[in-house]
Design a protein around this ligand. Structure first.
Ligand SMILES: [Zn+2]
Length: 325
């Protein structure tokens, strides 16, 4: 995969403001006929910021400035309601702004990308405008694509490194940094708050249906049938399975990262994307086999280098140090 698709919730500003002359000029750049200030409804949306979000990710300030250009002209739709297809708002201006005094979770100055969007005040749009005005519609969902999602601790692609979002390493909070935005997509108005609440309740219920919840119930039920000793054994067995699964996932990730790194060195003709999809289809044992083979290849390819290059740079020594004799 060459790009990461990113979908985030964005907040509509509480204060729909009147449209000034400059804004009207921008809006009329998108309309078939020139509209008057009375004919348009404008509102603000905070599209994204540089703070760490619920997914443990954040946009860099540079990304915000790129998105500032990409989002202008994008339309916002009501995608869950096909009958509202023609009801769309459009972003006519976008600006990165700082919020003095506010810091991000990583301790940086806080910046956010604020968009201004408009809708013609038509009969079709009346209900939506009222919903925004009254605060029923507060959230929109925005989508974009970024070239990389990089670990804030080590600078590698987050999917391939060993750090975990939310953990702190030598004082640095690990998060996924969304860098180099490529495209901004349509945005859409999402559920009213009441539905959002319902969604929360639903996901809380679903928690019980996870494997963990089922195992817990099984443990509880077994306690009536089994002796105390058996029950303890079962609990211990489940705990060990959980640990094994965790270790296995971690081992697999670390093996995959090694294989991708080695592949870049010994098989530069094979793209990272291809290697990633190959790695996904392999079992852990097969990954191990590939890693060993690549290591051998690399060893052969680089072993003579230290003898030929007496005054190598430190970087080279580090990169291939483990293979030098
Ligand atoms: Zn990392």
């Amino acid at each position: 995969m060459k790009q990461n698709e990113v979908k985030k919730a964005a907040l509509i500003g509480a204060e729909p403001t009147a449209v000034g002359e400059e804004e009207l000029r921008l809006i009329n750049g998108y309309t078939r006929r020139a509209l008057t200030a009375d004919e348009v409804y404008a509102f603000s949306v905070v599209l994204c910021d540089n703070d760490v979000d619920r997914d443990g990710e954040r946009f860099t300030v540079e990304s915000l400035f790129t998105l500032e250009k990409l989002f202008v002209g994008r339309t916002g739709i009501f995608d869950h309601d096909p009958s509202a297809k023609n009801q769309a708002a459009r972003i006519f201006s976008c600006e990165v702004e700082s919020v003095p005094g506010r810091k991000t979770a990583t301790g940086d100055e806080y910046f956010r990308l604020k968009a201004r969007a408009y809708m013609p005040k038509t009969e079709d749009n009346r209900a939506i405008i009222e919903a925004i005005d009254s605060g029923i519609i507060k959230e929109v969902s925005v989508g974009c694509a970024v070239a990389s999602n990089v670990c804030s601790v080590c600078g590698e692609e987050y999917a391939l490194c060993k750090h975990r979002k939310g953990e702190t390493y030598s004082g640095v909070l690990c998060c996924g940094e969304l860098r180099d935005p490529i495209d901004a997509y349509e945005w859409s108005f999402v559920a009213v708050p009441a539905q959002k609440e319902a969604g929360v309740v639903k996901s809380a219920e679903r928690k019980d249906r996870t494997m963990k919840g089922i195992l817990k119930k099984l443990e509880d039920r077994q306690s009536f049938l089994l002796s105390g000793g058996d029950c303890e054994k079962l609990s211990a067995y489940i705990a060990s399975l959980k640990q094994q699964a965790q270790d296995g996932a971690y081992y697999r990730e670390s093996l995959t990262a090694d294989v991708l790194r080695l592949s870049a060195a010994v098989q530069p003709g094979i793209s990272r994307e291809t290697m990633e999809s190959v790695a996904k289809s392999l079992t852990v044992a097969q990954l191990k086999e590939v890693k060993t083979a690549f290591e051998k290849q690399k060893q052969q390819a680089y072993a003579p280098v230290p003898q030929l290059l007496g005054g190598k740079t430190k970087q080279n020594t580090e990169a291939f140090g483990q293979f030098t004799i």
